[in-house]
Design a protein around this ligand. Structure first.
Ligand code: 6PG
Length: 244
């Protein structure tokens, strides 16, 4: 199922995402005694992470929350371009004990090695019978690049057609700050129960319009439009990105 919500600004979008995460966490801990969330990188989710650290410090089941990542730039964890570094500064370091339940992608390793190690870890964390549909994260956070990429699945990448491996090394376009990446693939992303796609700012208005104009064929050109989930893919936009 796909849903879309539009909010006045990025702050309202982030607060709505936090409330949706709180709801999903309550359902997950009641059902399975733990809550698994995969974080997105980039700049958009920072405000959400700061809200979770500040206003949800006692409202989420942090003691049974396990944190993963949808992708990473192949840099050391302290590098300013690291998705882990951004999450660590805005959230992980601010919730006691959360660091110990966080599984970062090892950006300091050779990309293919980091990808295979991460995929092996994910299969241990989310075991399923071969040939059945796996379920991974209770909540998966994703962003939208101006070219329609999500995680580090870029238009035209061979990784878009991966059907079995859960993580791969990919390469961002030449203009990217860090080109070498590790990303989850659609088999891992689509196994999430609930996926929140955060899209804010006037800079995203063109890609949102292009995806809308492409309709049912959007997934052919824009990886973010191909994302599915076991439950709901919920797009959260602000007025600026929605062109309102
Ligand atoms: C990354 C992210 C990437 C991001 C989009 C949007 O590693 O950069 O995983 O997919 O979500 O590029 O980034 P902004 O939020 O900075 O616009």
């Amino acid at each position: 199922m796909r849903e879309e919500s539009v909010f006045p600004d990025a702050e309202a979008l982030s607060r709505a995402a936090a409330a949706m995460i709180e709801e999903a966490a309550a359902i997950a801990t009641t059902a399975r005694g733990r809550f698994a969330i995969a974080l997105s990188g980039g700049s958009t989710p920072r405000a959400l992470y700061e809200i979770l650290a500040a206003d949800y410090a006692t409202r989420l089941p942090w003691a049974v929350t396990h944190v993963f990542f949808g992708d990473e730039r192949c840099v050391p964890p302290g590098h300013p371009g690291s998705n882990y570094a951004m999450a660590h500064e805005s959230l992980l370091a601010r919730i006691p004990g959360l660091e110990s339940r966080t599984r970062r992608i090892e950006g300091e390793r050779p990309p293919a090695d980091a990808a295979s190690r991460y995929a092996e870890m994910l299969h241990r964390e989310f075991p399923h019978t071969a040939g059945t549909s796996a379920t991974t994260f209770d909540v998966l956070l994703l962003g939208v690049g101006s070219d329609g990429h999500t995680a580090s699945l870029f238009p035209g990448s061979a990784a878009l057609s991966e059907r079995s491996r859960w993580a791969l090394a990919t390469e961002a376009p030449p203009e990217a700050e860090v080109r070498d990446r590790v990303t989850l693939t659609f088999p891992a992303l689509d196994a999430a129960r609930t996926t929140l796609i955060l899209c804010a700012g006037a800079g995203k208005q063109p890609i949102v319009a292009q995806i809308r104009a492409a309709g049912a064929r959007a997934g052919d050109r824009y990886p973010v439009a191909r994302v599915t989930a076991r439950g709901t893919v919920h797009w959260l936009l602000d007025n600026a990105a929605a062109g309102l």
